[in-house]
Ligand binder design. Structure first.
Ligand SMILES: [Zn+2]
Ligand SMILES: [Zn+2]
Length: 341
């Protein structure tokens, strides 16, 4: 039996579809997953546009839901389960994995959607009918009441925001989220669930602001922000020019949490004096640990929010190129690719 996969050769080149053999045998801790649905992340758009480099050829995609159809030794209890999984695989023995509580920064980290076809089976991205998950990957069963399209991006944006919002200042009554993309909306929902009374979400695009109220936040245009008083500000837009304003909005002792600027073009205009005089805690967040993925899955089950409105109607895998164009148009926070016939 073969898998069918969308192969990425280089930036700007259309995806090429290829049949790849499924692995004949799985190592301890590995699992073979039949993909059900994947979602297109902004980071894949960047790769496709040539803004970041990956080893090629490769299968892109790290967000998804699938069913375990074969299990290596130790993973048998997962057979038949509908799961999502941590987007990074850790070794479990390096200091990041064991002492620093940052398994996502594992010295031997392996990330799905970023591995060359020559690595093992090659089936390590979600834009394919099958994916092989490794031994250091955290699995989470998707609750039956959570649809594929809602769960697919939980292992990226929602789990990351579960990490960002895990430790808030006390008290935390007012939060400002800069950016109403998926990270911003997920952050807004988690802050409200954490008991934050007011969550102001600021974005220049009306179509993005229109989604904010559905997730419990107050939509704010950039000119309409209050002058100060936020207990916490989250930079989720990826725009360094927003940082001076975020600093201005914080109360003394507030927390400034940076999660959006995952690109090198992010030099900050910031004085040490402002950080010191404001007694500001400044912290960066990259990806997440297994517990944050567990939290994301539980949150989807517990919170009746308009999750499904964030995802496009699904396109079949063979129309992945069309899906990328739709994702680049920013009409939907996520575009869905379905592998279910
Ligand atoms: Zn992602
Ligand atoms: Zn490690």
């Amino acid at each position: 039996m073969n898998a069918r996969a969308a192969i990425f050769d280089r930036a700007g080149q259309p995806f090429r579809f290829e049949e790849l053999p499924l692995p004949e045998r799985l190592e301890a801790g590995e699992a073979l997953v039949e993909m059900r649905l994947a979602t297109i992340c902004g980071s894949d758009l960047h790769t496709f546009a040539g803004k970041r480099n990956e080893p090629v050829p490769c299968i892109l995609g790290h967000e998804g839901v699938g069913r375990v159809i074969a299990a290596g030794p130790g993973r048998e209890p997962w057979l038949g389960k509908r799961i999502t999984w941590s987007s990074a695989d850790g070794c479990g023995i390096c200091p990041a994995c064991t002492v620093w509580n940052l398994p996502q920064k594992c010295a031997h980290v392996f990330k799905y959607g970023h591995a060359a076809l020559g690595h093992g089976s090659g089936l390590h991205g979600t834009y394919a009918t099958h994916i092989v998950l490794q031994a250091g990957t955290h699995f989470v069963e998707v609750p039956p009441e959570v649809p594929d399209a809602v769960a697919a991006s939980a292992n990226c944006s929602l789990a990351t925001m579960a990490n960002v919002t895990e430790q808030l200042p006390s008290p935390c009554e007012v939060a400002v989220v800069q950016g109403a993309g998926l990270l911003g909306l997920h952050g807004c929902a988690l802050l409200k669930a954490a008991g934050v009374r007011r969550v102001l979400v600021v974005d220049p695009e009306e179509s993005r602001l229109a989604r904010v109220a559905g997730f419990g936040g107050e939509p704010v245009r950039p000119g309409d922000l209050p002058s100060h008083g936020a207990d916490v500000v989250i930079e989720a837009a990826g725009v360094p020019a927003l940082v001076p304003e975020g600093m201005r909005l914080l109360r003394p002792g507030g927390h400034y949490l940076l999660v959006g600027m995952v690109h090198p073009d992010s030099a900050l205009h910031l004085t040490g004096e402002a950080v010191i005089r404001g007694c500001v805690s400044l912290r960066g967040f990259h990806n997440y640990a297994p517990r944050h993925l567990d939290r994301a899955a539980a949150f989807l089950r517990q919170s009746p929010l308009p999750w499904a409105s964030l995802v496009s109607p699904p396109l079949p895998l063979d129309r992945l190129g069309e899906g990328f164009a739709l994702a680049a148009s920013r009409r939907w926070p996520r575009v869905a690719i379905s592998m279910c016939p």
